[in-house]
Write a new protein. Structure first.
Length: 280
């Protein structure tokens, strides 16, 4: 079925944001995907939680991306050529004013209109956790919802481990938290996300996962289908898979994880959302 968020903007819909002192910063990176851009905007704008800013970091698109952005004055829109997604995300972080960050890409968005509200409630109520995540769902290029990711791994009766118990699960599986829906404390994200695209063997979201877990930060899982991740032609992941770079990046991640686990399993320390060392 097609998700309800694909309905076009209605004439009487007015979207606002808090560009002065938002609680949440949503960062979307884009490059020549105007076909999907508006759906991403609407999936954020129609969230029940309104104390947010939506920052678009565009890599110098030559299609209709800028024209679409100009229809939504609540956005913060920056368009200039960059070196890739890592630089783009860091540009967004430099502009971000919120305590928490989410980063749906331009072809992705949120199925659950309450998702940001649930993330904020969880992070506000528990200073020990640094990141909230849920389940992604595939969306086809023409807008049809498909399978739910990780439904073969987790269920209501068998959810993923929470907080302190997560580390042993990560150590055994190397599972990476889904960047399409996770909501993370901004300071933690800045500490764990890579600063440049210089090392092509390093996949930025895998590197974030490695640092997040090895530094001892705690995630919290919400049993909800949170976001849609669209499959389409010319995706960066598809290009990396075809030229073999994806395998190189995955091996780099696995090797780093294994090295940390073998050397630090008995001395690993946990950190709260303010990066203070805490005990279980």
């Amino acid at each position: 079925m097609k998700p309800h968020l694909t309905r076009p903007k209605e004439d009487n819909e007015i979207f606002t944001s808090n560009k002065i002192n938002p609680k949440v910063s949503v960062i979307t990176i884009s490059l020549n995907h105007d076909r999907f851009f508006e759906e991403t905007i609407l999936s954020v704008a129609r969230q029940t939680y309104k104390d947010f800013e939506h920052i678009i970091i565009d890599g110098g698109s030559t299609d209709g991306t800028k024209d679409i952005a100009e229809k939504y004055p609540h956005l913060t829109f920056l368009s200039e050529v960059d070196s890739g997604c890592t630089e783009a995300i860091n540009k967004g972080l430099a502009l971000a004013k919120g305590d928490y960050v989410l980063m749906p890409c331009v072809s992705d968005g949120y199925v659950n209109e309450n998702w940001i509200e649930k993330c904020v409630d969880a992070l506000d109520s528990d200073p020990e956790i640094s990141l909230v995540w849920g389940l992604p769902q595939y969306l086809s290029e023409d807008g049809y919802l498909g399978s739910v990711s990780y439904s073969d791994k987790f269920s209501k009766s068998s959810p993923p481990p929470q907080k302190f118990d997560w580390f042993n699960y990560w150590a055994g599986t190397k599972f990476w938290l889904p960047e399409g829906n996770f909501c993370v404390r901004t300071d933690v994200f800045k500490k764990c996300y890579p600063k440049s695209d210089n090392d092509r063997n390093l996949e930025p979201c895998l590197e974030f996962n490695y640092k997040f877990n090895s530094e001892g930060y705690l995630p919290f899982y919400i049993d909800e289908i949170a976001n849609f991740g669209r499959t389409h032609q010319n995706q960066m992941g598809q290009k990396f898979a075809s030229n073999g770079l994806a395998n190189v990046q995955m091996n780099d991640y696995i090797n780093k994880c294994n090295a940390y686990i073998s050397n630090n399993m008995n001395t690993h320390q946990f950190r709260d959302g303010m990066s203070n060392i805490i005990t279980k």
